[in-house]
Design a protein around this ligand. Structure first.
Ligand code: MG
Length: 161
């Protein structure tokens, strides 16, 4: 059995000089305003994993109101989501991520970001795809007020368990 999940996340940009994306700190003319490290790519992916496993969303598992998740490392949250799916006998097959942002430019970092995601999902790097698109100057994303990400993931039920 194969199950699909999708996720979306968006964060506001504010004062700062770097943003965390795909578990990597990337220099940027602005920073992220968020309770955690504000990694929209990994947050979208967490929700996709939880969605495919029928486990709700990040807000249920890592509520803003819980001090444990303040400044949380999103790679740790992603690995926790993968563990929750594994407890339901489901493991990731592949992931496809889309960053929607005017800044920062991530092309030169995409290899390391994919490697981070692949490690956390325990899949091959060839099974992780990362796309980046600008918003063509339109709306809050285009005006550099925020950045957003979409994620899709497939989980497969482990055979023999
Ligand atoms: Mg988020």
């Amino acid at each position: 059995m194969i199950r699909i999940g999708q996720g979306f996340d968006m964060h506001r940009l504010g004062p700062g000089d770097s943003v965390v994306l795909g578990g990597l700190s990337i220099p940027c003319e602005k920073g992220i305003v968020a309770h955690s490290d504000g990694d929209v790519l990994l947050h979208a992916l967490c929700d996709a994993v939880l969605g495919a496993a029928g486990l709700g969303d990040m807000g249920e598992h890592f509520p803003d109101s819980d001090a444990r998740w303040k400044n949380a490392d999103s790679r740790m949250l992603l690995r926790r989501c993968v563990e929750l799916a594994a407890a339901r006998n489901l493991r990731p097959l592949n992931a496809d991520l889309t960053l929607i942002a005017e800044i920062p430019r991530v092309a030169e970092h995409s290899g390391q970001m994919r490697a981070n995601v692949a490690a956390d999902l325990a899949i091959d790097e060839t099974a992780v795809n990362l796309k980046a698109t600008s918003a063509e100057g339109l709306g809050p994303l285009g005006q550099k007020e925020g950045i957003a990400a979409l994620a899709a993931v497939l989980l497969q039920e482990r055979e023999g368990d």
